[in-house]
Structure formats: C-alpha cells, structure tokens
Design a protein around this ligand. Structure first.
Ligand SMILES: [Zn+2]
Length: 284
C-alpha cells in the first residue's frame, strides 16, 4: 500500500485518451421506457492521474490500441504517450488502481511493470471465474486483459481489496492518506469509486459507477449492468456526495468533464479542482 504523506492533497488530472459516437438507446438501460426520441451521443474515454511529492498514482489505464481498433473506438492519444505528454514517466507510476476489469480500463497494465496493482477481490474473482466468460459479460472484457490480471496476481503484484461485508454499504478502503476507494458494485460486481483529497476539495472519481452525469441527474441506469439495485444505490451515493457542494464529481465517460474543469496539456486533459464544485447542477 502507499505510504501516508503528511503533505497537502493530490494533484488530480482526468485524461481523455479516446472517443466514439454512440446513441442514447445504447447508453441508457431500456431507454424506450422514457418515451424520448433517440439521439446521437458522444462517449469519451478517460483515465485519471493523482500526483503528489513527485509520485504518480494511476486510476485505470485505458484500452490498448488493438482492442480499441477492434471495437471501432478512436484512440486520441495512447495512455502511455498521454502520460509522457503530462511529464510523467510510466516507469515512475508506483500504484495503479483498477476500478473494474472492462477492456477500456485495464488494457495496458503490462505497460506499468513497476506498479502495484489494486482492485476489488470480488471483481478479480468474478472475471477469472466461468461466469465472467458468459457472452453478456465477456463482451465488455478482453480475455488477454484478464490473463494479464491473472499473471499479475501470480507474480504477487496485485493487491485485492477484501470482500465487503453485506452491511454497512458501501465498503470504503483507505489506500493511503487522502485516498480512499469505495466499492459500490452495480456496473460490475466490484466496481470502485475513488475519493482523493485535493488542495481544493475532494475529487470523486466515479469511473463507471457514473458514465454520464445524466445517470445521476435523471436516475437512469447505464445499459451494461451486473446488479441493478446496486447501480441505483451507487447513483444515490454519488448524488449524496455531490450534494453538499464541497466535492468535484467526475463522471467516467462524459464529454462534459472536459468543459467542467480547466484544460491542461493542450486539451489532452483537465485539472480536477478550481471553481467547478456544483455537483450535478452543471449543464444539462
Ligand atoms: Zn468504461
């Protein structure tokens, strides 16, 4: 685990490394129930960087070029190249937290051989079990990526967060000073949300517990879901966190992220902090 530092909060950056065009009916579960016309919708792909004291912690590491191309995703900047553009040597990444095991979040773990990997035990056990290979789950994962996870586990560089107790929910794990991961499940069996203190309030990196802000604003679950009640509860949890106006809520795939926060590295990324602390009251 990461040593506790006595210094201030993390410098938190959301990096947009990929994009694609999709539709609302592909994004929201049972979209037809809402009685609204279908529309095109942009989906962006992010990973997140926490910096402090010359160290870098990654939250997820994006899809790789092969799986992105196979799925027709546009790679804007390969994640390792993106880190270099931000002045971060991938060899200096000490910790890589994996919010869940979908292809667009764990596709490059072998690019960070020096990093300790951290993920939910529930998530790891699910994807390495026969259930994880069933078509409606396997469509969101890559067998090669799951194999890389198994290798990391066998090599002793994967730390599995212990399984949550059934109550209380959700389960919070302190990873380091000022850094907590919360296991909410829902989208996948062990989906994590990351809370990181910054010099300007707490960043809530929702990852795929909240692909789009509208999931929480309108209470509309995302199309791919392992546990629907848990997904609804996760939306409620995020609304509560965002509701007191002290935190920066960062959705996992929403182009709005790039407009909410100040741009860095010529539009490659945004810096989480600054004035935007309006929870879900941003642009509709
Ligand atoms: Zn995702």
């Amino acid at each position: 685990m990461v040593p506790v530092s006595a210094s201030g909060g993390y410098d938190v950056i959301a990096v947009r490394y990929g994009t694609r065009l999709t539709t609302k009916s592909d994004v929201f579960l049972h979209y037809g129930l809402y009685g609204e016309a279908d529309e095109a919708m942009q989906m962006d792909y992010f990973f997140w960087v926490l910096r402090r004291d010359g160290r870098a912690i990654l939250i997820d590491c994006g899809f790789n070029e092969a799986s992105g191309a196979r799925r027709g995703r546009t790679m804007l900047c390969p994640p390792v190249r993106a880190l270099q553009r931000l002045g971060i040597d991938p060899a200096d990444v000490s910790v890589l937290i994996l919010t869940h095991a979908h292809y667009d979040h764990i596709g490059n773990i072998d690019q960070f051989p020096a990093a300790e990997l951290i993920m939910s035990a529930v998530e790891f056990e699910f994807w390495t079990s026969p259930l994880g290979t069933r078509p409606l789950f396997a469509t969101s994962a890559e067998a090669e990526d799951v194999e890389a996870l198994r290798r990391a586990h066998a090599d002793g560089r994967l730390t599995l967060l212990p399984k949550p107790a059934s109550v209380p929910w959700p389960t919070a794990h302190s990873v380091a000073g000022d850094l907590t991961v919360v296991e909410v499940g829902g989208h996948t069996p062990g989906q994590l949300v990351v809370l990181a203190r910054t010099a300007d309030g707490e960043a809530v990196l929702a990852s795929d517990a909240l692909h789009y802000y509208d999931e929480a604003r309108l209470d509309r679950p995302f199309a791919h879901v392992a546990d629907l009640p848990a997904m609804y509860r996760a939306l409620e949890f995020l609304r509560e966190l965002a509701g007191d106006g002290t935190r920066h809520l960062v959705a996992g795939h929403d182009p709005e992220v790039m407009h909410r926060f100040p741009s860095v590295a010529d539009g490659l990324a945004v810096h989480i902090g600054g004035a935007c602390r309006d929870g879900l009251a941003g642009e509709a």
